[in-house]
Ligand binder design. Structure first.
Ligand SMILES: [Zn+2]
Ligand SMILES: [Zn+2]
Length: 381
């Protein structure tokens, strides 16, 4: 497709590659934030707030008299992966890389800002550059730091590039589009001893097996069949030798759901089982469920606007079923009506793969979409 854009995209591709060389993790996206602010100021955007969630940048662009405000969000953080893409501008930080394309998301939103400086609209555009999407819930940290009080928004939008989806094709759906994620951690404490005399021990291993079996039964027996949910136990650590009954077992895993109801039921049943089943066998237990991202829920009206904006650019928009991955844009969508869009990046390594690299041809497409949303939703009279 042809992205109608009057902005010269080359400087933003160069900037994207510059960001790619210097990935930063979690809330520590300080240098990235510095570059973002410098580029915004070069464009004449100087209503800038820095420092929510440690290193977030929020910039305001206001035109006309309308009090309506629309938020556009990009994430800035990278992943703890050693890059193997082989590109000339590969990561110069050992053990960190932009393997999810947040370098591209950041550059796309900056390109959109450049377009918006000249675009006709009436109201307020809030450009949100957030850290800690991958871990730490940067969006949630921003909300805790008073984002809503400072930047009241009527609507909010974001996108993610998606390898495997045809380049330039858009995909989204109304309602839940990404899952909630919760981490579970269970510690079982028995009484270790000689493996030849189990009767003198309290063996936590068979208790761990019963507990995991019971946890897996929650999905089939306590959650409706049409309500998708995944529970994956991914780590069990115990034992040191074949002739020793271990003292303790550490279990952890992930819980994914597409509804608040399923999420609540599964989390509370795991807590109940984890706290009550092991003691029946004399094993002490502690259960923690944490690091939660809620379900990403697209508001129906804003999803329609997001689709219309893409279609106005001549793009194909596909209906995309919800998936069990998670996204911390969900925190914004809990508070503000909005929509999350995927934009196809074509062939190439998958997200979070060491050979992944953001497809720069997505950049002008995403920038044009952001611009179109603003022009549509904050019409100049
Ligand atoms: Zn990611
Ligand atoms: Zn991502």
């Amino acid at each position: 497709m042809n992205a109608p854009t009057s902005v010269d995209i080359e400087p933003f591709v160069a900037l994207r590659r510059e960001l790619h060389r210097q990935p930063e993790l979690g809330t520590q996206t300080f240098r990235t934030a510095e570059r973002v602010m410098a580029v915004l100021r070069e464009m004449g955007i100087d209503d800038i707030h820095y420092g929510m969630a440690e290193s977030a940048v929020v910039a305001r662009l206001k035109k006309g008299t309308s009090a309506r405000a629309i938020g556009l969000r990009a994430d800035m953080d990278a992943l703890p992966i050693r890059e193997a893409s082989g590109v000339a501008y590969a990561s110069e930080v050992d053990g960190a890389m932009h393997a999810c394309g947040h370098d591209g998301h950041t550059a796309s939103l900056l390109a959109a800002a450049k377009l918006l400086v000249d675009a006709p609209f009436d109201g307020e555009v809030v450009l949100i550059f957030q850290p800690a999407e991958e871990v730490g819930g940067g969006a949630n940290l921003m909300l805790q730091d008073g984002f809503l009080a400072q930047f009241p928004l009527d609507e909010i939008y974001a996108f993610h590039n998606l390898p495997g989806l045809e380049e330039g094709v858009f995909a989204t759906c109304e309602g839940p589009i990404m899952a909630s994620t919760d981490t579970l951690e269970i510690m079982l404490e028995g009484r270790g001893g000689h493996a030849a005399f189990p009767e003198e021990t309290i063996d936590p291993i068979p208790v761990a097996l019963r507990l995991i079996d019971s946890i897996y039964a929650i999905k089939t027996r306590m959650v409706a069949a049409q309500d998708p949910a995944v529970i994956s136990i991914t780590q069990i650590h115990t034992g040191s030798a074949e002739n020793i009954v271990p003292q303790s077992v550490y279990i952890n895993g992930t819980i994914r759901t597409l509804s608040a109801g399923a999420r609540q039921r599964i989390c509370s049943e795991i807590e109940k089982l984890g706290n009550t089943l092991p003691p029946v066998f004399g094993v002490a237990s502690s259960v923690r469920i944490f690091d939660s991202y809620p379900v990403t829920v697209n508001s129906p009206t804003q999803t329609k606007h997001a689709i219309e904006a893409a279609k106005r650019l001549g793009a194909t928009v596909l209906e995309r079923p919800a998936e069990m991955g998670a996204e911390d844009f969900s925190f914004f969508l809990e508070k503000i009506p909005g929509a999350y869009m995927f934009i196809g990046a074509g062939d190439g390594a998958a997200l979070h793969h060491p050979e992944y690299d953001f497809n720069d041809r997505v950049l002008p497409v995403a920038a044009a979409w952001f611009r179109q949303l603003v022009v549509d939703r904050l019409p100049a009279n």
